[in-house]
Design a protein around this ligand. Sequence first.
Ligand code: ADP
Length: 425
Amino acid sequence: MGALPGFNPRRFFIAFIFQAVMLAAAYSLIRHNIIRIDVTLILALFILLVAILTVSVAFALKPAAERMRKIESLETKLGEDREILARQESQWQKLLSYLRLGVVLVDGNGNVLLSNPAMQRLFALSPEEAKASSLAHFIRHYQFVELWRTARREKITQTLSAEVPQSKRFLRAEAYPLREPLQDLTLLVFEDVTELRHLETIRRDFVSNVSHELRTPLTSLKVLIESLRSGALEEPATASRFLGHIETEVDALTELVSELLELARIESQQFPLQRSPSDPCAVLKQGVERLHLQAERAGVTLTIECEEGLAHVLADAPRLEQVLVNLIHNAIKFTPSGGVITVAAKQGPGVIEFSVADTGAGISPDNQQRIFERFYKANPARNRVGTGLGLAIAKHIVEAHEGNIGVESKEGVGSRFFFTIPIAR
Ligand code: ADP
């Protein structure tokens, strides 16, 4: 049989003995006629008995009541602590959800205890996959799972960079084995370094392209000089031809260096545009004028289509002219004799659209995607002349004007380069 809850038998026994002693004392006083029995006395004794019983029961129950009070206050405190914990957890979750870094906490058995939304993006997880309880199923990447295993086994931070095929992102992961009292847990942090890697590739390509572009004319110069030394100098006609070649190579080197400097200046943002309302037809005519002779020599017709009275553009006119010159220069280079180049400007929504169309070689769709990259040449074997920087510079200048540049082309038919410049308000 279960004891009365909160009832302390030991305390009740003490109270009971005390009460029995009191009764015995009263009986003894009556027995020895020290006090006389009458109805009042019996009543008084009865009341005393009831009072003693009540007091002893209350005395026996007192610690239970105190314990109850303590339990109640503990429960209140526990409730408050739970609320604080829930608030802190939701704050942590919110904080983690703002992080661009992916964060996962894994226990000793490889179960995911916590993860943030960035993980879903970095690993291209579907909402279903994001619910996976094991790390292996969650990230589906054996190298990163191995990283967690090694960190757990060796108890030292491990680092690894690898590509995630699902999201096509390149991630750098760090696995931190946690210490007491969280030992056996591992924190994995993932950083998206795709952009950094891309920039690193561009930098490497840039150095190799510049070296290549410099080496070609330098090698030619070396050969020409050696030929002159070993006898060509004695033959004036040959010597003069060789000197002509040397001049061409030096011109190519000068063009490369000045375009490189121009590109470096544009890309380093030390490129303050002096924008003012400019007449599109005037800029266009100026650009065409600069290349008129060159077009004539190449046997191509250069025409202008520009309606007078077009809205003025907000542009740095010399820079805008440079874009047109780069495009017309290319058009002349890639259009065979007898071809036509049309340079035009027309009104678009909030912009003036400039274009340079030719009846030249055209550009394949694959190459159209890449010709605006630095050093890219669609057909390097055929196109020995040129740096591959002209279109990259043009793109930078147009974008600095908040415009867009593009190309439409068909191989064997011709190309049309176009760009927009905002109208001056
Ligand atoms: P490049 O100095 O080689 O002309 P660009 O950046 O100006 O460098 O052009 C990049 C490449 O784009 C060229 O090498 C060429 O293959 C292609 N290209 C540019 N303009 C034309 C055009 N009008 N017709 C055909 N191909 C062109």
